[in-house]
Design a protein. Structure first.
Lengths: 112, 112
């Protein structure tokens, strides 16, 4: 199956700092999503971004499909950004059923 | 509009007992998914459904069964629970397979 690697595994920031999270995948994809899991366990979809660039407030994401990676940018981080960030992909080809393969996540801790 | 709900939130079972986890969504989504999340890992797909009356195996289906008798409900069953099934179980749904998956709050299951 497709491999998804996220880096760094852990990231500690002071409030106000910027950060970049990376997701590498081993095969072509037709579906890539970024999720945030807050400290209470709730998973929230941040972006659906199989290619291109999107922005939503302080967050933005870029996927370079031809080079098989995606980046999630967090600017002016806040303590509420803490949690685990997951990248999830679905390999291209065949019937698309939304079967996502998740990376192991980046644990982000933002200190006040 | 409650989104995706899961019942129960917590459960403790003894080895060999059975139980059913219920996922309900009120967004009229066709696609529904069951994942499990183990400590320090991303989510892994157990089973999924592309519409009422359909089910299919995901990445880790052994020991689980599912049913989708109604469009809004997706049930996950454990016929004979094992300690290896101790995990947090998440349900998700989406309107199309290339879009945004919406997650429930999770069910924390412990098998003794």
């Amino acid at each position: 199956g497709i491999q998804v690697e996220q880096s760094p595994p852990d990231l500690i920031l002071q409030e106000g700092a910027n950060s970049t999270l990376r997701c590498n995948f081993s095969d072509s994809v037709n579906n890539l999503q970024w999720f945030h899991q807050n400290p209470w366990g709730q998973l929230i979809n941040l972006f659906y971004i199989p290619s291109g660039t999107k922005q939503n407030g302080r967050l933005s994401a870029t996927t370079v499909a031809t080079e098989r990676y995606s980046l999630l940018y967090i600017s002016s981080s806040q303590t509420t950004d803490s949690g685990v960030y997951f990248c999830a992909v679905e390999r291209a080809g065949g019937t698309s059923y939304g079967k996502l393969t998740f990376g192991q996540g980046t644990i982000l801790t933002v200190h006040p | 509009n409650a989104g995706v709900t899961q019942t129960p939130k917590f459960r403790v079972l003894k080895t060999g007992q059975s139980m059913t986890l219920l996922c309900a969504q009120d967004m009229n989504h066709e696609y529904m998914y069951w994942y499990r999340q183990d400590p320090g890992m991303g989510l892994r797909l157990i089973h999924y459904s592309v519409g009422e009356g359909t089910t299919a195996k995901g990445e880790v289906p052994d020991g689980y069964n599912v049913s989708r008798l109604k469009k809004q409900n997706f049930l996950l069953g454990l016929e004979s629970a094992a300690p290896s099934q101790t995990s947090v179980y998440f349900c998700a749904s989406e309107v199309t397979p290339r879009g945004t998956q919406y997650f429930g709050p999770g069910t924390r299951l412990t098998v003794l």
